[in-house]
Design a protein. Structure first.
Length: 271
């Protein structure tokens, strides 16, 4: 059977959606937060719709588990954080196996832990932190000989930005997983909330689902690959939208024109 797909495109055009209070175009970081929140809300709704008794249900996020709010105005950061924590609350109540999938991770959390483990608390200073013999290496390199399909132990994230998540019961844990082969390992990082990590049955079920998904798409979860395909705006779709806008402008007595530069590009590409 073909998998179900869900796509909810939204067109932003109002000045309040496009401009900051200073009249400048909103930065890409703000758009990213809007997208992440929209995806999280859809995950919440789909998890409820597809939930079945005694059947594990996984919800995968492409990227880190926490929201990147630094690009938002300080006054809006708390608002979006609480909305996101509310989504996590609902997914926990629905017993969803929530996981964030980081392909080709560049972090060195475990290596930093190994570095610190060789010092007493009194020896850990700014200078000690700078003198890290593992600088330039990544955790993925450390676990490069992890057998195919195997995962590491669980690790706990400890960062200032993670404190609100921990206080709300969604403290972040992570493990590394080799979704490749012995000859060509592909070590990824999987971030999960505490309520998935603390129950071995849930963790094992998530592991099995990830194994199944990555086997379909050659080392990358099929559902994330399919979601990426759906998110891409095809040239035909873009042209259809531009045509609709041009028709509406003409209906209002205005002409839709492109710049000379864009007209030249269109001529070269045959558009």
């Amino acid at each position: 059977a073909r998998p179900d797909t869900c796509s909810e495109p939204k067109l932003y055009y109002h000045p309040d959606d496009l401009l900051t209070d200073q009249g400048l175009l909103i930065p890409p970081g703000v758009v990213n937060v809007w997208r992440d929140m929209a995806e999280a809300d859809i995950l919440r709704r789909l998890a409820l719709a597809y939930r079945q008794p005694d059947t594990p249900l996984a919800a995968l996020i492409d990227g880190q588990l926490t929201l990147r709010l630094i690009d938002l105005p300080a006054a809006r950061q708390e608002e979006y954080l609480q909305q996101y924590l509310s989504v996590l609350d609902d997914l926990r109540r629905q017993e969803t196996l929530l996981a964030a999938y980081i392909d080709r991770p560049r972090g060195s959390y475990v290596l930093s832990l190994l570095h610190l483990s060789g010092h007493s608390p009194e020896q850990i200073t700014e200078d000690t932190l700078r003198r890290n013999p593992f600088a330039g290496l990544t955790d993925a390199a450390l676990f490069g000989d992890l057998p195919p399909g195997h995962r590491t132990a669980l690790f706990k994230m400890r960062a200032k930005g993670h404190i609100p998540y921990a206080e709300a019961g969604h403290g972040v844990r992570f493990f590394y997983l080799n979704t490749g082969t012995a000859e060509h390992p592909n070590v990824v990082r999987v971030e999960i909330p505490r309520w998935v990590a603390e129950e071995r049955a849930r963790l094992d079920a998530l592991h099995a689902i990830l194994q199944m998904q990555t086997a379909i798409a050659g080392g990358y979860p099929y559902v994330l690959a399919r979601a990426h395909e759906l998110a891409i705006i095809a040239p035909a779709e873009r042209e259809a939208l531009e045509t609709m806008l041009a028709v509406e402008l003409r209906r209002r007595g205005m002409a839709a024109e492109v710049s000379r530069k864009q007209a030249h590009k269109n001529a070269l590409t045959g558009r």
